[in-house]
Design a protein around this ligand. Structure first.
Ligand code: BT5
Length: 324
């Protein structure tokens, strides 16, 4: 562990009370002067640290930056976040996670960026990812499933994301099948799953999640919103705190899925769906549109609609528009 991380860990253990310089230098096996240099480094990284003669140092505020020490602190997950790679700016976290996976990154490896310059949506669309506005992360998964089961991973991730957003913000977030998280029918988060595999085997899946946390609505496309906008908060939310909740939720839903299959996640998924019971139009990947009432998300993760002539149709992928 880096010296700065060890100092932060001591601060956190102390319940944010004063730590004497002597105590910390002894614990780290360094001189008081060397300690001062590390404290300065932390300040440069955005930590506000008070120094009072005879009392020592006190951590006043941590920056809302995706620093490894902040995200890893008390994370306690076993799979998700097994390794975490942080970047200030990236094209797309999915692209970097894909490259890491190609070079053997293990299950649960996560890539997080402060901003993305080429954030990806599905089908070549883009994801607006301004600096400090949101969470942009991708995770390497290596589940033992067939390639046609990958859409279930998107749904498992949607359940994790909706639960994390609810827990963190208290907002009534819902899932718009298959990959959108909405608050008051506006999109706060999206999921993009990419896959490398052969017809009968998945090598790895890259699960990308983007959440608009503090982003102003005016920089988002029509229909987009953020947690800050929806909660009418005047202060920014801590993205570090949300990312930790998200990683923990991802872990618990993914473990459930691996142990007990999709059935274990399906009823929760349905309970958070904003499409079920509503009239929807679905634009399937072949470009054909169908309309009807959304009546189920079946055991394969497909959205089932009942058309006006009473026919039931199941879709494994597509874009849904809520009509009424
Ligand atoms: C998605 O695609 O919703 C998937 C978004 C996944 C983003 C994450 S961020 C981390 C990881 N790395 C990446 O490069 N991507 C993933 P889709 O359902 O196709 O929605 C894309 C559409 O949503 C766009 O065409 C816009 O209309 C809209 N959109 C773009 N940016 C948005 C944003 N920040 N908030 C809300 N809507 C947005």
């Amino acid at each position: 562990m880096k010296k700065e991380d060890r100092i932060l860990s001591l601060f956190k253990k102390s319940g944010n009370s004063f730590l004497s310089g002597e105590e910390v230098s002894r614990a780290l096996g360094i001189s008081r002067q060397a300690l001062w240099k590390h404290i300065e480094k932390l300040r440069e990284a955005g930590y506000v640290i008070e120094a009072v003669p005879h009392l020592g140092y006190k951590l006043i505020q941590a920056p809302d930056k995706m620093l490894s020490s902040e995200v890893k602190w008390n994370l306690n997950t076993e799979i998700i976040g097994s390794e975490i790679h942080f970047y200030d700016s990236l094209g797309s976290t999915n692209t970097v996670a894909y490259e890491l996976a190609e070079h053997g990154a293990g299950e649960g490896a996560v890539v997080i960026a402060e901003e993305q310059t080429k954030g990806k949506g599905r089908l070549g669309r883009s994801w607006i990812s301004p600096a400090k506005g949101g969470i942009y992360l991708s995770c390497v998964l290596r589940p033992d499933i067939l390639p046609n089961g990958v859409s279930k991973i998107t749904l498992v991730a949607a359940v994790s994301a909706v639960k994390a957003v609810r827990k963190f913000s208290g907002l009534d977030a819902l899932i718009k099948w298959p990959n959108d998280i909405l608050v008051s029918d506006r999109k706060v988060a999206g999921i993009l799953t990419e896959l490398r595999g052969e017809s009968d085997k998945v090598d790895f899946i890259i699960l990308g999640i983007g959440i608009n946390v503090n982003t102003a609505r005016k920089v988002l496309p029509a229909g987009g919103t953020s947690l800050k906008e929806e909660s009418k908060s005047s202060t920014d939310f801590s993205r570090v705190e949300l990312v930790k909740i998200l990683l923990k939720e991802m872990e618990s839903e993914y473990v459930k899925f691996k142990k007990h299959g999709f059935a274990a996640v399906r009823s929760e998924l349905k309970s958070y769906s904003c499409a079920l019971g509503r009239h929807v139009t679905i634009n399937a990947s072949d470009g054909i549109k169908s309309s009807g009432k959304a009546v189920d998300i079946n055991e394969n993760g497909a959205l089932v609609i009942k058309t006006e002539d009473g026919l039931k149709k199941a879709f494994l992928s597509g874009d849904v528009t809520l009509v009424r």
